[in-house]
Design a protein around this ligand. Structure first.
Ligand code: PSU
Ligand code: MN
Length: 304
């Protein structure tokens, strides 16, 4: 691989080379998942949480023809303002690099960039997946293919039930992606600790999660893993209430004729409006919690 496209901050580069813990963070959650300026506060706080656990945060983005690993305060501001910032999945990467466009990285592209840089652990909110109605639309997030092929552990709060969670888990099984529950038997549904679906394995602690990842990659097995980490109880929202909100947002998307890559950002923004910010507060808290657990896994991994 030609490393000329990678731009890693000196601090992160040193940490990776010394085998110290580094946690990748995505920027689509900032540019297309949260309102400005609350996302600025979030972007800084999530990095602080990673540092407090003894790891180095590496927020990724595509800026000025480079795959950025670690953003300056100015670059974070650009991603949060989200003016002319596209949403970049795997297929968009070369276009954005070649044309110098600014791009926010999804789970898929953050995994790609993390693997290129040598980062093993990544924290996000929720992954993309198989959308409801995918048997008609074939709308399946590129995140799932990336999990199948790219060696990065993704700590998330499961997936929003705007997706078909059952089909998402089936797809992950077909693709050979381990789905681990962090101290839970249940695959979480983002705002809710339970989705009605189970995980493959309940991992009792971060050391076990790190050991499973290390073993998978020691074997040379392709792909990543999901470490599903439920939202803290105190921030959990009511499942039925959120179902109502999500169904309303799905109807609005249908009425507005939204499809393709605009679907997820459209739904996220309407869920936020329909819940008058309550869901947004929970969203931030679960992402903080994922950053904390991801950092602990990265620390455990670096000791192996
Ligand atoms: N789901 C969320 N919040 C998000 C996303 C998904 O609850 O911010 C973002 C992530 O960046 C994810 C992307 O990788 O949306 C998936 O988009 P799509 O469904 O178009 O692949
Ligand atoms: Mn899609």
């Amino acid at each position: 691989m030609n490393k000329d496209y990678l731009s890693i901050t000196p601090e992160i580069k040193e940490a990776i080379e010394a085998g110290r813990p580094v946690v990748a963070l995505e920027s689509t959650i900032l540019s297309h998942g949260m309102p400005y300026p609350q996302n600025v506060e979030f972007a800084h706080k999530v990095e602080e949480i990673v540092r407090a656990e003894g790891a180095i945060p590496a927020t990724t983005a595509i800026i000025g023809g480079k795959l950025k690993v670690g953003l300056t305060t100015e670059e974070l501001e650009i991603m949060c303002r989200a003016e002319n910032v596209g949403k970049v999945s795997r297929r968009d990467v070369a276009v954005y690099l070649a044309t110098g466009k600014v791009g926010a990285t999804t789970v898929a592209t953050t995994m790609m960039i993390a693997e290129m840089a040598g980062i093993k652990i990544f924290a996000t909110g929720g992954i993309g997946g198989v959308h409801r109605g995918a048997t008609e639309t074939m709308d399946i997030s590129a995140d799932l293919q990336e999990l199948a092929h790219t060696q990065v552990g993704v700590v998330c709060a499961g997936a929003k039930s705007l997706l078909d969670i059952g089909l998402t888990l089936e797809y992950l099984e077909t693709m050979g992606v381990p789905v681990l529950g962090m101290q839970t038997d249940d695959f979480p549904a983002f705002y809710c600790r339970k989705s009605g679906f189970g995980v493959d394995y309940n991992v009792p602690d971060v050391e076990t999660a790190a050991k499973i990842l290390k073993t998978k990659w020691d074997l040379g097995l392709e792909g990543g893993a999901i470490i599903a980490n439920p939202i803290p109880v105190e921030y959990e929202l009511d499942f039925d209430e959120m179902e109502g909100v999500i169904n309303r947002a799905l109807e609005m998307a249908k009425e507005a004729g939204i499809h393709g890559k605009a679907t997820t950002p459209f739904l996220l923004s309407h869920i936020k409006d329909l819940t008058k910010g309550v869901a947004f507060a929970s969203n931030m808290q679960l992402a903080y919690n994922n950053a904390k657990v991801a950092s602990q896994i990265a620390v455990a991994y670096s000791k192996m």
